[in-house]
Design a binder for this molecule. Structure first.
Ligand SMILES: *Cc1c(COP(=O)(O)O)cnc(C)c1O
Length: 378
């Protein structure tokens, strides 16, 4: 155990009360009262026509692949610098992930390289908003529209973030949210599918409910429900929705805490970092970020390893990510090789994430800052 962990899930107040309410209501399976409240809150706050809570972001992404009829042999453009699920959900349907490199400033997919990767087989482009800072959605959508390719947003980091005053998750035809323990808002494991084009809503409901019209049945729109299409089980228990609803109700307080921690790191490390060869990713002025993580870019992997060890010696856990997907065992199987995504390969070796969670105290943060100072000023 570390005195200062990298992440620490925290309760905001009403979680246990709402969980008890869900249990006492006698409805603990999916789509009970709390799931409806979560869906409605997200629809209203984000301005999304339809939201369906899911068992995870990975499952919401799998639903996207199913809704877009991704078939074996199709190509899906995904950043190499992202979590496995961004690519895996589409690969599971037989698509070949085509890896795109990232911009060195925001670490989001480089829209300038997008058009050259589009082929007649391209069936989707997946934009992941790294750290909750928006990808350049206007040029991305312009290119995608020109080629008739739908855009999906992996918005696991970006809930309540904005690009040009419009919420992340509302730009693509579909978007996926995560409520995993490591995200800004959590219920342990959970997710949501955001449906921005109404034409997907009916099929989404059916494939989320094992290929049946059980959702319509629950609404009293039909006397029975039956098998209509392929589907699976992507419905979370209302107990988890109760947990999540308590967190989402406190969204302003949670985001304010994260913002304070993020800004405090930035103030300490921005100018100081420059003199020690450390850089911070850029947050463009037209992006209102979601404060998902705080990372720094060091000068080399050796320096990063030494810094991680130093922080560990002070009982502070820092972590890195993402190993380039195009160089993973699966990525190489799709033809990925060193040099394909040079910025991803470079950044992946030098990026370090500092402890960051809702209730990281000022004292704990001060200890992190001090330990950083010891390392660089020794
Ligand atoms: C966490 C994460 C996911 C997966 O979320 P789950 O809810 O655990 O399935 C997908 N994409 C990104 C970018 C993530 O950070």
């Amino acid at each position: 155990m570390y005195a200062i962990p990298f992440n620490r899930p925290s309760l905001v107040g009403n979680e246990l009360r709402y969980i008890a309410e869900a249990i006492e209501s006698g409805w603990v399976s999916g789509d009970g009262g709390f799931t409806k409240k979560v869906n409605a809150l997200l629809e209203q706050e984000l301005g999304v026509p339809r939201v369906l809570m899911t068992t995870s972001c990975t499952h919401a992404l799998e639903m996207c692949a199913l809704l877009l009829d991704i078939q074996p042999g199709d190509e899906v453009i995904v950043p190499s610098f992202t979590f496995v699920s961004t690519a895996n959900a589409f690969a599971l349907r037989g698509a070949r992930p085509v890896f795109i490199d990232i911009r060195p400033d925001t670490l989001n997919l480089d829209e300038n390289q997008l058009e050259e990767l589009i082929t007649p087989r391209t069936k989707a482009i997946v934009a992941m908003h790294y750290g909750g800072v928006g990808c350049e959605m206007e040029p991305i959508l312009a290119i995608a529209e020109r080629h008739g390719v739908p855009v999906v947003e992996d918005n696991a980091h970006g809930l309540f973030g904005k690009y040009k005053e419009r919420c992340l998750g509302t730009w693509g035809v579909l978007a996926a949210q995560s409520f995993h323990e490591t995200k800004n808002f959590t219920c342990g494991e959970g997710g949501a599918l955001l449906i921005n084009e109404e034409k997907y809503a009916e099929r989404a409901e059916i494939l989320r409910e094992k290929g049946t019209d059980r959702s319509r049945f629950f609404r009293g729109e039909t006397d029975e429900y039956t098998w209509l299409a392929l589907g699976s089980s992507y419905v979370p228990s209302d107990i988890l929705a109760a947990f999540l609803y308590a967190q989402l109700e406190e969204r302003q307080a949670i985001q304010a805490k994260r913002r304070r921690i993020w800004e405090s790191y930035r103030c300490r490390f921005e100018a100081w970092g420059e003199t020690h060869g450390i850089t911070l990713p850029t947050v463009p002025a037209h992006c209102e970020q979601a404060y998902h993580l705080f990372c720094i870019l060091l000068s080399s992997m050796e320096q990063r390893t030494a810094l991680i060890d130093h922080l560990k010696s002070r009982s502070i856990l820092s972590v890195f990510h993402y190993l380039p997907l195009h160089l993973s065992e699966m990525g190489r199987g799709y033809g990925g090789k060193p040099g394909d995504c040079p910025v991803t390969e470079d950044v992946s070796g030098r990026l370090l994430r500092l402890p960051f969670c809702n209730d990281l105290s000022e004292k704990e943060q001060e200890q992190v800052v001090e330990a950083m100072g010891e390392f660089f000023e020794a």
